[in-house]
Write a protein that binds this ligand. Structure first.
Ligand SMILES: Nc1ncnc2c1ncn2[C@@H]1O[C@H](COP(=O)(O)OP(=O)(O)O)[C@@H](O)[C@H]1O
Ligand SMILES: [Mg+2]
Length: 418
């Protein structure tokens, strides 16, 4: 929490206002901006200052106060309204909530109740505002069919980003029922995304970090649920909120997904700053990738954010890449070769990108990381692409054009200057 939350009190009793000030005086995350002794003054101050929190004493009878809450909600919809009351009429809580109050505190207000309520608001604010563009970048990997290397690339890209730039990287296993990034990282996480999603009222950046499992490469893993049935109650909205929160603390959030078009996967695709679509050069994969690209277009995803990766290419990859570009009518952003060292690395639980082997695939991950890093502007061509520098075919505008909604600019491909 950086900026303190602004707070305004409306209470006719100066002693009670003073008591509230006392309760908050050592709490640096709240700043009491103003106070009012009557509803009318309070209403005008709220309208003018738009504070984060309004504490309003309902008085007895409660009706005039309830009407004021309804007006406050209209003039300052982003203010959280806390009601204080003697609590003698049980129906008042319901009436206050219906009028628009977020918290109900019985007088005399205890410090614990007040701070708990304030912290709840602070966390909600953090979740809503946790994705300013200047912070991290969410990179979501998706493959329309399983077995094409989506997870392998997610794992190694996360490691390469952490290794190359020494910045904090989070890896999120969103293959909720079948994820095994924990195994591939050789980690034993105590918690999972299920624990985070089930505790959203407590989750802030710090709490979320405590649920991650750290890998020596500098990657922190938010693992898939340990039990299959724990995937079920995780709501799509929770996924967006968790990813946004991670984005506020990590330079990169690399998300591995399952090859399904369910709402939870779509949530991760929606919030992605870069969406890496993994395909293989076989016809079945290309067919499904074409259908997927059509869907992305109907979802109005910015074509700039969707980048096509072609994995398990024969060496040299030229023909495979050309065929893919012809079928998909868009440039291939990156090609990865088929490589035997993958199996050895998986058995050892040691990501290739750590660099323990003399794998050529490992070098691909660090160059791709550099290409995706927004600070990096000039990346050398991988040796196998050097001869064809500048010869990547421009995408045809044929079929794609029919679905197009936004102006299309050609995404850069593997060797082009950024
Ligand atoms: N470039 C590659 N070379 C060799 N094997 C690969 C390559 N990419 C992926 N594999 C292997 O293919 C299998 C499926 O990969 P995985 O990453 O689990 O795919 P997905 O997440 O798309 O289902 C794994 O055994 C993986 O090691
Ligand atoms: Mg996978």
């Amino acid at each position: 929490m950086s900026e303190p939350l602004s707070l305004l009190m409306i209470d006719s009793d100066p002693m009670r206002r003073q008591a509230l000030r006392e309760l908050l005086k050592d709490y640096e995350h709240v700043k009491v901006e103003a106070e009012a002794a009557d509803f009318e003054t309070g209403y005008h101050l709220v309208n003018q200052l738009k504070p984060s929190i309004v504490i309003l004493d309902l008085g007895n009878p409660p009706d005039p106060g309830l009407a004021v809450i309804e007006r406050l909600v209209v003039v300052s919809p982003h203010s959280a309204i806390f009601v204080t009351s003697d609590g003698q009429r049980t129906d008042t809580i319901l009436q206050a909530v219906r009028a628009g109050a977020q918290e109900f505190l019985v007088r005399p207000v205890s410090q614990k109740d007040l701070l708990t309520a304030v912290q709840r608001i602070a966390r909600q604010r953090a979740l809503v505002t946790a994705d300013p563009a200047e912070k991290g970048k969410i990179i979501t990997l998706f493959g329309c069919k399983g077995g094409r290397g989506t997870t392998l690339i997610a794992l190694n890209l996360a490691v390469a980003l952490a290794k190359s730039f020494g910045q904090p990287v989070a890896a999120v296993d969103l293959d909720l029922q079948a994820g095994d990034l924990n195994l591939l990282f050789n980690l034993k996480p105590a918690y999972s995304i299920h624990d985070a999603a089930m505790n959203m009222d407590r989750v802030d950046a710090l709490f979320l970090k405590s649920l991650l499992c750290d890998h020596p490469s500098g990657v922190s893993l938010l693992a898939a649920p340990q039990r299959i049935e724990e995937a079920d109650p995780i709501q799509p909205l929770r996924i967006s909120q968790l990813l946004s929160l991670l984005k506020a603390s990590f330079a990169y959030v690399v998300v591995d997904t399952s090859p399904t078009y369910d709402e939870r996967t779509l949530a991760a695709l929606d919030v992605a700053d870069a969406l890496l679509l993994v395909a293989a050069p076989d016809l079945s994969s290309l067919y499904h990738t074409q259908r997927c690209l059509d869907l992305f277009d109907r979802l109005a995803y910015d074509p700039e954010k969707v980048k096509l990766l072609l994995n398990r290419c024969p060496s040299p990859p030229g023909n495979a890449e050309k065929t893919a570009q012809e079928i998909l009518k868009r440039p291939v952003f990156w090609t990865f070769p088929e490589e035997k060292a993958v199996t050895t690395s998986l058995i050892a639980g040691e990501p290739l990108a750590l660099g323990g082997t003399n794998s050529s695939l490992a070098a691909h991950f660090s160059t791709l990381a550099a290409r995706l890093d927004r600070r990096e502007r000039s990346v050398p061509f991988p040796p196998h692409m050097e001869k064809r520098k500048g010869s990547v075919a421009a995408p045809s505008r044929g079929l794609f054009n029919l679905f197009r909604r936004k102006p299309f600019s050609i995404p850069q491909s593997q060797g082009e200057e950024g």
